[in-house]
Design a protein around this ligand. Structure first.
Ligand code: HSE
Length: 322
């Protein structure tokens, strides 16, 4: 096992933000965290060799069996890699509903691995921790994707250029970029959301998609919102997943005709989001979409946010000895 310079801490509390993933054409590869929503995990050393989930609050309808919970699963993978037999107790507070499309499971996995890494004296860099948090995603979604866990841990807009080996690239968010995230309060399980997508696409569609990914990155670097919006067009996931979200196509039209620069589904939905070039525009889009959505009689939550730049952060450390 590697170093242990922080082992005097018995406990630590960390926060990992919720994330928008699949930024349009960036299916499984581009995501960013938002401000004001996410999971808080408090981790303590225990005297057993195992990881236990001792408390879940907020959206508490998640497994507490350590083999089925994403947070404990990710931590176990990390401890295995360190050949460590130290056990930990995890208290999880979830502020985002599971099955939201906002990386609820990713926030838990990210927070858990960052917390335990902290208690072990930071044997891993934040980038290395993405590998373990991804194991949590594989447990619940059937796919080992990092477009939620990488931005949740690192902050900023993140491009997963390669999975094998994992290569993560930070993309600077345009200064004036705001997002309006709209979350209908229904659940779409990520494994269902992944099962409706075709596993092959036509070459002409692939050509269009990678043209769009290139355009999206260029647009983000140059704050060219027309290019960002056009390039968010997605031929891989959105056409299939849109059908699972009541009112989606209609809300897309409403948002785009009221000033949104780009609009698509976050993760596997039901949350969707608009890219806007100012806070005022994001507020305006929120107002019109909220008004139109009322006819569906489905409760919803909205978030107006910039791209969170911090990723997972340590909030507090407990019980420092000597
Ligand atoms: N990229 C993943 C997917 C995110 O679209 O399935 C899941 O939240």
């Amino acid at each position: 096992m590697k170093q242990s310079k922080n082992q005097t801490y018995q406990g630590v509390q960390v926060f990992a933000p919720a994330t928008v993933s699949n930024m349009g054409s960036g299916f499984d590869i581009i995501g960013f965290p938002i401000e004001g929503a996410g999971d808080t995990i408090t981790a303590y050393r225990n005297t057993t060799p195992d990881v236990r989930i001792v408390q879940v609050t907020g959206y508490s309808d998640i497994p507490t069996d350590p083999g089925k919970n994403v947070a404990s699963h990710a931590v176990r993978k990390m401890l295995e890699s360190l050949d460590s037999h130290q056990g930990f107790d995890l208290e999880i507070h979830k502020s985002v509903m599971p099955g939201s499309g906002l990386g609820s499971s990713a926030s838990s996995s990210a927070a858990a691995v960052v917390a335990v890494n902290e208690l072990l004296g930071r044997p891993y860099t934040k980038r290395e921790l993405v590998n373990f948090a991804m194991e949590g995603e594989a447990l619940v979604s059937g796919g080992k994707h990092a477009d939620n866990v990488a931005p949740a841990i690192l902050g900023g807009i993140v491009l997963v250029r390669s999975y094998n080996p994992l290569d993560i690239v930070n993309i600077p968010p345009p200064e004036s970029m705001w997002t309006m995230v709209f979350h209908p309060q229904i659940e779409i399980r990520t494994d269902l959301g992944r099962s409706v997508i075709m596993d092959r696409i036509a070459l002409k569609d692939a050509v269009k998609q990678w043209g769009n990914v290139g355009g999206l990155i260029a647009g983000l670097y140059t704050s060219n919102y027309d290019l960002i919006g056009d390039s968010m067009e997605d031929l891989v996931a959105e056409p299939y997943r849109a059908e699972l979200i009541p009112g989606y196509q209609e809300m897309k039209k409403v948002a785009l005709s009221n000033g949104a620069k780009g609009f698509t589904i976050s993760g596997s939905g039901p949350a969707f989001f608009a890219i806007c070039d100012s806070r005022e525009m994001a507020e305006q889009v929120k107002e019109v979409v909220s008004r139109e959505y009322e006819k569906h009689q489905i409760d919803f939550l909205t978030y107006i946010s910039r791209v969170d730049r911090s990723g997972t952060v340590v909030l507090e450390r407990f019980h420092v000895e000597g």
